[in-house]
Ligand binder design. Structure first.
Ligand code: AVJ
Length: 308
């Protein structure tokens, strides 16, 4: 496995993000840090929840159109950003020769690489442990896939930077497959991020466990309530953690103490929802031309196939 996150990179990024986020007003944390081994497992459980439709919808779209997508891409190499457990990706791999999953979580990456190698003996699996917001220039030629709607975790400015940077690493004609969750009924959106079983709540609080373990902090995760809101103006879901009492946290490795007043909310994720025209325009601004828009019959989710 190629690892670009050696030399304390991950650790430094975590330290920087936690210090920046927890000393900001209002406090926030980037969603990247949900995904340690436990967090990846919780996310995997989320994808199987009744309320969480995106994974199921994207899978249905891939089932119907994977052949067409691969044919149009004209590529035998698939580079997947934020690959996680690579569960849905298998559908795109039938005709591929090389698969390069890119993810920040080395444990999940290694396990899914092993599983896929066993399942597709003809496939060269080359896992890369990297931060897709930082290490794009290292990616080889091939079709890039960014699935699951993870693009929605980036705010519009970060999205623009990300898409432009990705485009700068591609050659004209290279395919880019982007999964995007679509704007829909607010009630359904909120339920998808606040499920009845509390799996999403546990996923949200997992970031506090990560900080406790990695930075020797003393968060009591149960002091925080899970909050999911839909921001209709920005068309994104926000997850937050709300202090249910006054909280004092010491983060030993940062030599930092932070205070939360009762009811204070810290943003832990945005998950933007898209419309076809808006996404096509964002892609165009970055130099990608939208070629195909694959959606499920209910219009819940879309795969945008574009070319550089
Ligand atoms: C993995 C980023 C696509 O935003 O829907 C699921 C993460 N957060 N439930 C999403 C998530 C809460 C998910 N992505």
């Amino acid at each position: 496995m190629i690892n670009h996150l050696d030399g304390g990179y991950l650790r430094q990024a975590l330290e920087h993000d936690v210090r920046t986020g927890l000393t900001s007003e209002p406090k926030w944390l980037p969603p990247k840090w949900f995904y340690d081994e436990a967090g990846s497992e919780l996310f995997s459980r989320i994808t199987r929840l009744e309320e969480y439709y995106p994974t199921r919808r994207e899978l249905a779209i891939l089932r119907s159109h994977a052949g067409d997508i691969v044919r149009r891409s004209g590529s035998d190499t698939l580079i997947e950003l934020g690959s996680g457990t690579s569960e849905k990706t298998a559908l795109l791999l039938q005709k591929m020769r090389v698969y390069m999953p890119v993810d920040v979580d080395a444990v999940t990456l290694r396990a899914s690489a092993r599983r896929l190698s066993a399942r597709f003996p003809h496939l060269a699996v080359r896992p890369v442990c990297a931060d897709f917001e930082r290490h794009l220039s290292l990616l080889p030629p091939g079709m890039v896939a960014f699935l699951g709607g993870t693009i929605g975790n980036l705010d519009p400015e970060a999205r623009e930077m990300f898409l432009k940077e990705l485009r700068s690493t591609r050659k004209p004609g290279d395919a880019f497959l982007l999964g995007a969750d679509l704007v829909k009924d607010k009630g359904r959106l909120i339920r998808a991020y606040d499920d009845a079983q509390g799996v999403t709540a546990a996923f949200n609080r997992n970031v506090l466990h990560v900080i406790n373990r990695e930075l020797n902090a003393d968060f009591v995760p149960d002091d925080f309530a899970h909050v999911a809101r839909y921001d209709e103006e920005n068309e994104w879901v926000e997850m937050r953690l709300r202090a249910t009492r006054p909280v004092r946290v010491h983060i030993r490795d940062l030599d930092l103490t932070v205070y939360f007043v009762r009811g204070e909310e810290m943003r832990t994720e945005i998950s933007a929802k898209f419309r076809r025209d808006g996404l096509a325009a964002e892609l165009a601004r970055a130099g990608f031309a939208l070629e195909r828009w694959y959606s499920d019959p209910d219009g819940d989710f879309a795969l945008a196939l574009s070319t550089a």
